[in-house]
Design a protein around this ligand. Structure first.
Ligand code: GRG
Length: 291
């Protein structure tokens, strides 16, 4: 059931992105950009935003630009993550990585262009939301994407290779690398719903924990997943000497940590009652996913 929902949400954001990209001024980079953002992927961050919107009765029309922007940033991060100077991966979403298909320079530039497109999509004058909220959202998305967010987390991930890092250092790196974009997905619903600073900060925290859970299950899939299902190379963390919770405390203890984290997240969502049902289902999906 949840898989069908994910697929239908992915179709919605893909349709928006296809339309948006087709209306852009023509350029050589449009093709690798489309390849990066439209060629599959679960688009789980889109579903998280749409379900977070349900907590406050927000309409999809008010959320779809944000979903598209987040998917652009996520796809840029994957394109760059696959580069030889980063994680050096040749397969992504079951297809050749962008730099294999288009060359390194085009992949870097297409990634850069997706990052900037994200902000263009939110700033678009046709996206009718309160101007003050729009600038708050743009600022927070920039904060979560740059050196204080996913790019900073990626730097730590690379610097931590083949080093013995402690529990808190690993959690901090994973929360930045993967958690910050999920943080935004919940925070943004609170911002659009004009919630208090305290409520937005609580949403941020829950979002970041969902992101951490997502990263932990990504690490489980690297160890025990099937390449055919995950669509990318597996067993890489160990061979690259990545600092993960699994490398520090082992698979079983990490699984227990993830289970407790999931319980903690679900408990927090409880206060939203029935409105949180879809988001709770996503959290369960994240915990048990095989792709
Ligand atoms: C600034 C040069 C430069 C590079 C930045 C930001 C960055 C590179 C990398 C981000 C780090 C990263 C790739 C984290 C991993 C997050 C993760 C678990 C990705 C897989 O996400 P899924 O499973 O992918 O949602 P699909 O294919 O479903 O979209």
């Amino acid at each position: 059931m949840i898989k069908n929902k994910l697929i239908s949400n992915a179709k919605k954001v893909d349709k928006f992105l296809k339309n948006y990209l087709n209306k852009q001024e023509k350029s050589l980079l449009l093709y690798p950009m489309k390849y990066g953002v439209l060629s599959g992927g679960k688009k789980i961050r889109t579903s998280v935003i749409l379900c977070a919107g349900k907590l406050f009765g927000l309409k999809e029309k008010k959320l779809i630009n944000l979903c598209a922007a987040v998917e652009c940033i996520h796809s840029y991060s994957l394109i760059h993550d696959d580069l030889p100077c980063m994680d050096n991966d040749t397969i992504r979403r079951g297809k050749p990585s962008a730099h294999i298909k288009f060359g390194e320079a085009s992949a870097i530039l297409a990634g850069n262009s997706l990052l900037t497109l994200a902000f263009e999509i939110i700033a678009d004058k046709k996206y009718l939301i309160d101007t003050k909220i729009k600038s708050e959202i743009i600022k927070s998305l920039a904060f979560f994407s740059g050196h204080t967010g996913i790019a900073g987390g990626q730097e730590l991930d690379l610097k931590f290779e083949n080093k013995r890092k402690n529990f808190n250092q690993i959690i901090e790196m994973q929360k930045k690398k993967t958690g910050k974009l999920f943080n935004f997905c919940l925070y943004v619903a609170g911002a659009l719903a004009k919630k208090s600073k305290k409520e937005k900060s609580s949403l941020s925290q829950t979002g970041e924990e969902i992101g951490l859970l997502f990263q932990l299950t990504d690490d489980f899939l690297d160890l025990k997943g099937k390449k055919r299902l995950v669509g990318k190379s597996i067993n890489k963390d160990n061979s690259k000497g990545k600092s993960t919770l699994i490398s520090l405390i082992g698979y079983k203890k990490t699984k227990n940590y993830a289970l407790n984290l999931k319980k903690k997240i679900l408990l927090k969502l409880k206060k939203h009652g029935k409105k949180a049902k879809d988001l709770e289902n996503i959290v369960e999906f994240i915990m048990n996913r095989n792709f």
